[in-house]
Design a protein around this ligand. Structure first.
Ligand code: CDP
Length: 219
């Protein structure tokens, strides 16, 4: 089973993807980390974020050693990742790694922006997680504060709106729900309620797929 979770910044998709992966005992890939790590390599090398050749090299050269989550999770790296992620050549360089992960025996859970639309168009279940920008800004400000990063609600909200615009308007793999994605609005849901609702969506989808298979097996 492949579970594709997409959504905008701070919608709760990462936490949900982790919980679903634990529940179904599937490996989980947070694809945002790939773009964050590529951006970080460029910054460490003192290069511009729109240096296509260097960005592709950084994306192709990613190794597990690059995934120091604490260093990658910060506010600035999210913004830098979104600039690098708008480069079609960088996205192309990362497709195969993500698809290989998704095709592991038994399946996987992947979260990002284009999992249901580009990386895994045939995913078993696709969930598009969303929430109002104000709720997402509150969550992100709390998260940053809990990690000791200074955070100001108005600035975080501004960042989120700016990043939503860039991610949704880019020409390659823009942030948008797949036509067959189930929409999960978490504005009024906490982590536990989001997980329960997502579980219900996954199970309903699995039951529907089982029923379709049974029907098509009837001569
Ligand atoms: O946690 P948050 O949603 O803020 O960030 P993230 O998921 O780590 O993604 C950081 C940036 O990487 C996003 O703003 C996107 O521009 C980009 N990204 C993408 O384009 N495609 C993905 N599959 C994942 C992330």
């Amino acid at each position: 089973m492949i579970v594709a979770i997409d959504g905008p910044a701070a919608s709760g998709k990462g936490t949900l993807a982790r919980r679903l992966a634990e529940h179904y005992r599937l490996p989980h890939l947070d694809t945002g980390l790939l773009y964050r790590a590529a951006a970080r390599t460029l910054i460490d090398e003192g290069r511009r974020l729109d240096d296509v050749a260097a960005a592709v090299k950084a994306a192709r050269g990613l190794a597990l050693i690059d995934f120091d989550e604490v260093a990658l999770r910060g506010r600035e790296m999210g913004e830098a990742a979104s600039v690098v992620a708008a480069l079609p050549e960088v996205r192309a360089a990362l497709v195969e790694t993500q698809q290989r992960f998704a095709k592991r025996p038994g399946g996987a859970v992947l979260d990002g922006r284009d999992i249901g639309t580009v990386i895994c168009p045939d995913a078993t279940v696709k969930i598009f997680v969303t929430a109002s920008p104000e709720t997402r800004a509150q969550r992100r400000a709390l998260e940053l504060r809990s990690r000791g990063e200074p955070s100001n609600y108005a600035k975080v909200l501004g960042d989120i709106l700016h990043r939503d615009r860039r991610d949704s308007s880019r020409s390659t793999a823009p942030l948008k729900p797949a036509t067959d994605a189930l929409i999960l609005d978490t504005t009024d849901l906490d982590v536990e309620a989001t997980f329960r609702e997502a579980l219900r969506l996954v199970e309903t989808q699995l039951d529907a797929k089982d029923a379709t298979q049974l029907r098509s097996a009837v001569p």
